[in-house]
Structures are given as C-alpha cells and as structure tokens.
Design a protein around this ligand. Structure first.
Ligand SMILES: Cc1ncc(COP(=O)(O)O)c(C=O)c1O
Length: 456
C-alpha cells in the first residue's frame, strides 16, 4: 500500500518565508504604488477585498489581454483567476471592445433614461439559454439577488428566505447566515453591521440536506429558496443525486419560489447548470461574466412569475419602491452583453473551455497521484477547484472545515512567483476562450513544483 504524502508544517513555513522574500524582491514598483495608495485608499486598495492578495501587498496590473496579465514590474501571468468569473470571457475580448467603442464613441450614450435594441436582444438570448422568458437588468449580481428577494416576498406575502450554509450571493443582507457547530442558525462570522439579525429574515440548512429543506419549507412561510445549483464559494460542492429534483419538488409542494443563482455556475455551459442539468427555476439570477467584464447583473423569471409581478398591488416598481438603480439596464452594459453572448461566450467557446478544464484537472490529478497526495479537484465545466481532502465535501459546513489559510497562501504565492494566478478567495481556476493548452500545462508544471516543495 502506498503511504499518503503529508504536509510538513515546518517546510510550509520555510517555503512561505522564501516565497515572500522573492515576491518582495521582484515587485518593487507594485510595492511603491501600494505605499502611495495607502495615503488615499482604505487598506491601500480601491476595494477592501483586494487586500487579500498574498505576498504582503497586491500586484499592480499594467495591462490584461485574453488570459494574460502584465504587472507594473514587467512580469507576465497566466490568469486563472479571471476576475473571480467577471473576466470569464477573457480580458478585453475584441468583440466586446468593439461593441463598447461603437456604443460609447459612435452611437453615443453610456446612460440614458431610454431603452436600446440591445436590451431586447440580450433578454431574448438569456431566455433562450436559461429557459425563463422575462428579464430585468441590474449592475451587479448582488443587486439582482437583492431585488429578487424583495420581489419574492412581495409576490408570496411570506417573510422568510431559505439559503444554504456558507453560500455566497454577493453582499445581500439576508444571506449572511450559517449554521454553527451545534447546527444552530447564526449571523455569519464577520458580518459587518447587519440592520437586523439574519435569523429574523432567513432560514438556513446545509446544501444536500433535503430532509432539512423539507422541514424548513413545511409551514409555507418561506418566500423563496436562493441557491447556486452547486456551491462555488466554499470550494465547489456538487449536488448529490436527486437533491435538486427534491428541492424543486419541495418548492412546488409548499408554493415556495426557487431562485437559481448562475453567476459562477455559468461555467457549466452556455445556459449554466440550468440548461446542462435540465433545472426548472422560477427565477435565474446572474451577473459578472455576461458583459465581458463591463458591469451588469440580470434576473430572469418564468411567465408565471412575470404575471405575478405585474399583478402586484401597491408595489412601486417604477420609482422608489426598492427595486432598481439609475444606471441599471444602461446601453453600454447591454451593448457589451450582446457582443459577449453572441460572439465570445458562445456554445463553441464553452466546448473549448471545458476541454481545457478537463486537461487542467487531469494534470492536477496526475500530480496528486504521482506523489500520493490526499487532495482532490472538483470540476464544474470550465471551472475547477482544489480541495485539501481526498473525498470532496458534500456541504458548505464540511468544506469550510477544510479551510487552511497558510497552505492556501503559500500555494497561491508560489504559483504567482512563477507566473500563474489562482483566485485569491479560493483554490479556483477558470478557463476562458483565450486560455491555451500551454497555459494549462504551465499550471500543471508549477503545481507539481509546489507539491514537491511542500509535501514530505
Ligand atoms: C454566486 C454568486 N452570486 C452573486 C455574486 C455577487 O456578484 P457581484 O459581487 O458581482 O455583485 C457572487 C460573487 O462572488 C457570487 O459568487
């Protein structure tokens, strides 16, 4: 029997020190910019989550094209982080750039109080892909989710939403709830200034726990279940056989609306998991990638839900009722979305991205097998995520328990120092239409080096 490789913590700490020194020596210009930015930016970054990068300060980008980023110190990286899905189409895909230039310079009008033809095109295309016919637009997936939760409560007259422990749907108040060690609902650790304790607005259970879902929906007080079809923000947690069917059936029995958030799971194919797995959501929410990196969010609803929304009595949907934003549905976002959906994130492109991800996953598995490393990698179409366990977890709670900050930081820094970027909040790698086999093979090579350096 082969003995599994083990992680040597002393070796890990030594590698961490060496990699930090190398990072510091090789990124003087980034360091300078970071020092300067500390004078004017909270945490020295334009958005506080950017402080998460390993190495002590972020790398400052100079340019980004396709699946590649060049930093201000002249290093080039293969980018598997791809803006945590926002750049799934690749950086500045030419068709999207052309559409943005056309809209902004030739036609003119980034923001109007009038619709453009692109909006109808994008609504039709999203409807074709996800099977729900009526769409509305936001600027982020967060806002799409926020507005959908309001609409679901308004339509059903019910007070609660149901989410799964360790879900992430953007900065949506109702979703910052987890189960504690005793399986009791509680405000998620680190929740910043909640207006009300989320246990007042939300019910929570583990993903794949159908019995708990059925119990929590039984009194018909839950307006909607909001979930990704596979969790992607706490590693990738795939649904077990029958779970999503059971969820749909429980919603049908109790008159609960089912909202599927496809923001990340679009990686499964042109119509996300909804199309790939034949799901029947009442509402689909999405954002990030569909406009090639230009801000957009969207929600699509079934014909039945659309009719219920239109019939809402006393709900102000056109002015100050809490659903909407001035720049939402703007012509620039929609021109970018039209080009991205019709010319970049096409069916053909997904076939290539998934094939590349197959190659990526096979490369990682070969490395793990060769050294008997007890880790695994989970794939969802064009996206893959490493888990520090041989059996991928089946719930958010189980996945959270595997979190190993130091190991993640060292792996990410080791890769970054060798020209490979992995998503900082995860061990996630995403393929774009611009990613190449050589990019994937570079990752396999560097990953093998990292494993050799860390495992005894
Ligand atoms: C599944 C899911 N939904 C929604 C969001 C929110 O997206 P944004 O931050 O672009 O609003 C995220 C962000 O990571 C997400 O992972």
């Amino acid at each position: 029997m082969t003995t599994s490789a083990t992680l040597d913590r002393e070796r890990l700490a030594a590698v961490h020190r060496a990699e930090r020194e190398r990072f510091a020596a090789e990124h003087p210009r980034s360091r300078e910019l970071f020092e300067r930015a500390r004078g004017s930016l909270v945490s020295g970054v334009p958005m506080t989550w950017m402080a998460k990068w390993v190495g002590g300060h972020p790398v400052y980008a100079a340019s980004a094209h396709g699946a590649s980023i060049e930093d201000v110190d002249g290093h080039r990286y293969v980018d598997f982080a791809l803006g945590d899905t926002g750049a799934m189409a690749g950086h500045s895909p030419p068709a999207t750039v052309a559409a943005v230039e056309r809209r902004l310079r030739d036609q003119g009008g980034a923001t109007l109080m009038l619709p453009t033809e692109d909006a109808a095109f994008v609504g039709e295309e999203l409807g074709r892909r996800f099977g729900v016919p009526q769409w509305s637009f936001a600027l982020t997936a967060t806002d799409a989710n926020r507005w959908v939760l309001r609409l679901c409560r308004a339509m059903t007259g019910r007070p609660f939403v149901l989410v799964f422990s360790h879900c992430y749907h953007g900065s949506v108040d109702e979703t910052f709830i987890t189960l504690d060690a005793g399986a009791r609902p509680r405000s998620r650790e680190g929740n910043v200034g909640p207006a009300v304790d989320p246990t007042v607005t939300t019910r929570v259970c583990e993903f794949n726990d159908l019995a708990a879902v059925e119990r929590l929906l039984a009194d018909e007080q839950v307006a909607c279940v909001l979930t990704e079809p596979a969790l992607t923000n706490i590693g990738i947690v795939l649904p077990e056989e029958g779970f999503l069917d059971g969820l749909r059936a429980a919603c049908d029995r109790t008159g609960t609306l089912l909202v599927i958030d496809e923001t990340h799971t679009l990686s499964a194919g042109p119509g996300g998991c909804t199309a790939a797995w034949g799901l029947r959501p009442d509402v689909v929410t999405i954002g990030k990638a569909i406009a090639g990196g230009i801000p957009i969010g969207a929600y699509g609803v079934s014909a039945d839900v659309a009719a219920r929304i239109e019939a809402l009595d006393g709900a102000d949907l056109v002015d100050v009722g809490g659903v909407g934003g001035t720049l939402a549905g703007n012509p620039l976002s929609l021109a970018a979305a039209r080009a991205t959906l019709s010319e970049v994130l096409t069916e053909n492109a997904f076939a290539g991205m998934v094939a590349l991800c197959d190659r990526f996953v096979a490369g990682v598995r070969d490395v793990l097998r060769a050294r008997a490393v007890p880790w695994s990698i989970v794939q969802l179409g064009a996206r893959a995520e490493l888990a520090f366990t041989s059996d991928p977890p089946t719930s958010g709670g189980a996945s959270a328990a595997l979190h190993d900050t130091e190991l993640e930081d060292v792996l990410h820094l080791f890769m970054l120092n060798r020209g490979v970027l992995i998503t900082p909040f995860h061990n996630m790698a995403l393929m774009s239409p611009a990613t190449t086999e050589a990019d994937v093979d570079r990752h396999t090579e560097v990953f093998a080096e990292a494993v050799a350096a860390l495992m005894a």
